[in-house]
Design a binder for this molecule. Sequence first.
Ligand code: IPD
Ligand code: CA
Ligand code: CA
Length: 257
Amino acid sequence: MLPTLLEIEELARRAGEILRAGYEQKHQLEYKGVIDLVTEVDHQSEAFLLAEIQRRFPGSSILAEESGSLDGDKDHLWYVDPLDGTVNYAHGIPIFCVSIGYARRGVTTLGVVYDPLRDEVFSAERGRGAWLNGRRLHVSQAEELDHSLLVTGFPYDAWHSPRDNMEYYARFARLSQGVRRLGSAALDLCYLAAGRFDGYWELTLKPWDVAAAGLIAEEAGALVTDIDGKADYISAPQSILAAPAALHQKMLAVLQK
Ligand code: IPD
Ligand code: CA
Ligand code: CA
């Protein structure tokens, strides 16, 4: 049986309940890298989602942030980020979400991102559109950088990697209305889909960060590519650039300079 968008929305809401219940509690922090942390709530949300996906859709493949790759039928692949915005969450900053994507035969067809504090469900079905709590989403009509509000993020290995995004950040900060850093790649893309941001780029994300929200942005009318303008924004070496088409062209020129 193929999943429906409604079923995935229900899973995202229930995982979001787990995040909301644990918010502003004292957390057990583990460090996966120098600045890359995980809380017990990431694990609880992921355990819930994996158990439900395996129970309802047995045999599926799942790519989940804390458990890695669970092998199954490659024609049915799930992308699970149980808590996107973990650093915010651990600091009590109210910007985080659950992200669930589903790909059929290698093409992402369903995506849901849920922000439990604002009760905002962003969702999309390929070819049918994107919605926020049932209301149709559209990207902004921005064409020029100087009036555009942009958003980006920085990878956890930014202390050591030459792909630290600092140079691009400096370029766009001098050309746009401003560049925000919210700390949740999935919400960055959903806010772009809702027209709250005009453009977004980032380097070195993982498939579970971008699969669902990338589809939501595409279905809201964004052009979503890597920073070289290629269609694949999921595979390593990963990068992403999302904006309405006219602005995308201008951002691409800045990234390629
Ligand atoms: C992170 C967030 C952040 C992005 C990082 C991601 P996490 O995901 O999406 O905005 O800049 O690169 O890894 O660790 O909070 O799930
Ligand atoms: Ca993430
Ligand atoms: Ca995460």
